[in-house]
Design a protein around this ligand. Structure first.
Ligand code: FES
Length: 104
């Protein structure tokens, strides 16, 4: 796999609805399995400095457990207030049995 992708998990490591904190290039990201597809997003909520890893995945969305905002995992869009800024999303690939994320 070409740089800047980094291997962050083994394929099959996360069941649907599970997530994992990852640190490619020193960034604080989450790898999420949503309905069998993988997404990489910022770990921290855009509303306040709170980890989305403490929330949960619903369908293709992630919920912040502090104030209840939802974000689209594909686009990062904030779907439910109080958050009104998106979270950033990152390209994900599966190759050679591993999951790779481009954190740049
Ligand atoms: S910190 Fe996430 S919704 Fe407020």
């Amino acid at each position: 796999m070409d740089a800047p992708f980094e291997a962050v998990a083994v394929e099959g490591e996360l069941a649907p609805g599970q997530m994992k904190k990852i640190r490619p290039a020193g960034r604080r990201l989450l790898l999420c399995n949503a309905e069998g597809d993988y997404y990489a997003v910022d770990e921290m909520c855009s509303h306040e400095d709170y980890s989305l890893s403490l929330g949960c995945i619903h369908g293709r969305k992630i919920k912040c457990s502090l104030h209840g905002s939802y974000f689209d995992l594909a686009s990062g869009e904030a779907l439910v207030e109080p958050a009104d800024e998106p979270i950033r999303t990152y390209p994900v690939k599966i190759d050679a049995g591993r999951i790779w994320v481009d954190p740049t």
